[in-house]
Design a protein around this ligand. Structure first.
Ligand code: SAH
Length: 393
């Protein structure tokens, strides 16, 4: 079955960007079913790629391969997952009890497929019609390449609706994960809820940055971890010998797990604040609190392109408060996980926040997601997490 593109619309595929939007298609021969492989052809009739047909999505085809001789079959998924796994091995991630992203969708040549591994369990998200269609083959390949106690599905992600797919969860193979699964996060033990936790259970994308906080915090420092979820950054700070750690989140469940994580690691004396960061940070500021290190890791403020302006306002506000709570000579770790917010505009907003706070700061490091959250060179959408390590004067 052929999908013929309009004139000029072959350009992004020639650059190996895997998406074909509905508006780029001139004609379709045959009646492909959801997830079925189709041949992508230019208006001149040149073969471009082979991809998965998704009749309900604006992203109508996602390319699996740019090699005309590569068939889409069980062996294809095994090859791609093998390559993804070998990269994680090379990154030193295949240690007992670790958690890492085994497959990062488009960025690992498998559009719409996320697989995270947590100390013996695979957790998969099937985010496109193609990944859904090949689910059985994908689970087979993952279990063969990296045997696990079970393969659990967490396809309870809104983007599935755009693909015409229902939201679904459940164990696809082997045992269901324990209620909480314990894994190693750079030497700390952390618990993750693989059934109902955020993402597939934890923010594995921040692992490198948690390690950086651990290396940066000095014994005795006071540390404020805003949007702490289950406490990771704050616990690494505590392990580094911080004199005080304050964990702030609006979710009581997240803080309860942060407390359990602290106990699991024998870390005590941590302060917990439950509430809306925009209000709680003002209260801390008005009470005259000051910290040596502040971490700001808010949720995705811009879930769509239309919400970017509003999101930038929220980033500005929270960073202004961050600077106001930071002692001169303090360190700020500030993040945005909104794919629609560029690094440039995020940096501008943080700079404006510093100016409003009457502060100077130096960028010590540009931060990004952990390397197992690969970024496809031809797929800029893959870089969603950006951050700054700032030294505030
Ligand atoms: N830093 C964490 C991940 C943060 S996820 C880690 O490394 O694991 C974002 C968190 O922000 C979630 O736990 C969510 O409950 C919390 N959150 C969202 N909106 C909030 C708000 N307005 N005030 C406080 N917390 C908020």
């Amino acid at each position: 079955m052929d999908v013929v593109l309009k004139r000029g619309r072959e350009r992004s595929l020639l650059l190996r960007h895997p998406w074909v939007f509905a508006g780029s298609i001139a004609a379709v021969t045959g009646e492909p079913s959801p997830g079925e492989a189709v041949e992508l052809v230019s208006f001149r009739g040149d073969w471009l790629a082979r991809g998965a047909w998704s009749p309900h999505s604006q992203i109508r085809v996602r390319a699996w391969t740019f090699d005309p001789d590569e068939a889409i079959d069980e062996a294809f998924f095994e090859r791609r997952l093998h390559a993804a796994l070998e990269l994680r091995r090379r990154l030193g991630l295949l240690k007992p009890d670790t958690a890492f992203r085994l497959c990062n969708a488009e960025n690992d040549g498998l559009p719409g497929l996320v697989i995270d591994h947590y100390a013996g369990w695979h957790v998969g998200q099937f985010l496109g019609a193609g990944a859904e269609h090949w689910k059985e083959a994908i689970v087979n390949a993952a279990m063969k390449l990296l045997p696990a106690q079970g393969f659990h599905e967490r396809s309870d992600v809104e983007v599935r609706r755009k693909e015409g797919l229902e939201l679904t969860t459940g164990t696809l193979r082997g045992e269901a994960p324990h209620e909480l699964v314990e894994f190693d996060d750079s030497g700390l033990r952390l618990l993750a809820d693989l059934h109902g936790g955020h993402k597939t259970g934890a923010y594995l994308d921040q692992a490198v940055n948690r390690r950086l906080v651990r290396e940066t915090v000095r014994p005795g420092d006071s540390v404020l971890n805003v949007f702490c979820y289950t406490g990771g950054f704050g616990l690494h700070a505590a392990r580094a010998g911080a004199g005080s750690v304050t964990q702030l989140d609006q979710s009581a469940d997240a803080l309860a797990l942060a407390l359990r994580n602290a106990e699991l690691n024998g870390l005590s004396g941590i302060e917990y604040i439950q509430g809306n960061a925009f209000e709680e940070l003002r209260k801390l500021r008005d009470a005259g609190r000051q910290f040596d290190c502040v971490i700001l890791d808010p949720p995705k403020f811009a879930p769509s392109a239309a919400s970017v302006d509003k999101a930038l306002g929220a980033y500005k506000d929270v960073n202004l408060l961050g600077f106001q709570l930071l002692r001169p000579g303090g360190m700020l770790f500030t993040f945005s996980c909104s794919g629609h917010v560029t690094r440039e505009s995020f940096t501008q907003v943080v700079a404006a926040a510093a100016a409003d706070a009457g502060r100077d700061a130096r960028i010590l490091r540009q931060l990004s997601q952990s390397p197992d959250h690969t970024i496809g060179l031809q797929y800029p959408e893959g870089e969603y997490l950006k951050g700054l390590q700032l030294f505030a004067v």
